[in-house]
Design a protein around this ligand. Sequence first.
Ligand SMILES: Nc1ncnc2c1ncn2[C@@H]1O[C@H](COP(=O)(O)OP(=O)(O)O)[C@@H](O)[C@H]1O
Ligand SMILES: [Mg+2]
Length: 279
Amino acid sequence: MDPIIQLENIRFKYQEDDSSYALNDVSIEINRGEWVAIIGHNGSGKSTLAKTINGLLLPESGSVKVGDYILSEENIWSLRKMVGMVFQNPDNQFVGATVEDDVAFGMENQGVPREDMLVRVKDALQKVRMSDFAAREPARLSGGQKQRVAIAGVVALRPDIIILDEATSMLDPEGREEVIKTIKEIKDESNLTVISITHDIDEAANANRVFVMCQGELIKEGSPEEIFSAGPELIELGLDLPFPEKLKIALKEQGIAVPQEYLTEEGMVEWLWTSVLKK
Ligand SMILES: Nc1ncnc2c1ncn2[C@@H]1O[C@H](COP(=O)(O)OP(=O)(O)O)[C@@H](O)[C@H]1O
Ligand SMILES: [Mg+2]
């Protein structure tokens, strides 16, 4: 085991007079090269946790260790360089007029020499399979392509850790799949550590471990298999059920008898045709 993130007994409040903690005694350990999914209801503290890991927020008590740095006011910038973040809304993440300008932006801020920068832009765009779009306007890309460009901007900064904070939640299924596939490839290539905050079961299923947050606390931790065998409780944990399962619940509420077993989308279509629509 090679821990790259260690949080011990973190407590955090946004305002001193808040009645409850946004993070309440949270301890986690994540190993280098691991993929961890964080799930939980809106407001459960997932984004706050992410911002604590990259030093955007300083906890009231407890310790944050990322790589060799124990977070303090002095090393906050070194720590922050280790962690790249990709956020929810693809349209809020662009600053450049072209895709390649955009990918270069973060490096300009970090003072990366121009020659090095050009190499890194090219390399990062290749990693997210967006090389052909280098000279395009970001606004004209699809949601999935935009998020891949955002990922390229982060990858170009060579972080050890990448945090996707609901980065696929505004994408269509195809866009989600593109983004997850891209992250997987980059992770395998460079031993990146990935934290994906998500409501999407397919995204969470890619993780080595799943953490469940509830009201500022880490209430459950396990392999995707362990967590998902909880069945209908998934909704309570803040995950979206797969579409056929949601449809089954809706049909049942209408008094229609539905099959017990898990149906894929194809299976659902088949069953609808043969059992429901023919009647
Ligand atoms: N900037 C902020 N100022 C004050 N309270 C906040 C702020 N951001 C989040 N909160 C509160 O902290 C709690 C955790 O929020 P958050 O970490 O954003 O949850 P999640 O990402 O799981 O939806 C919530 O009660 C939320 O209302
Ligand atoms: Mg959030």
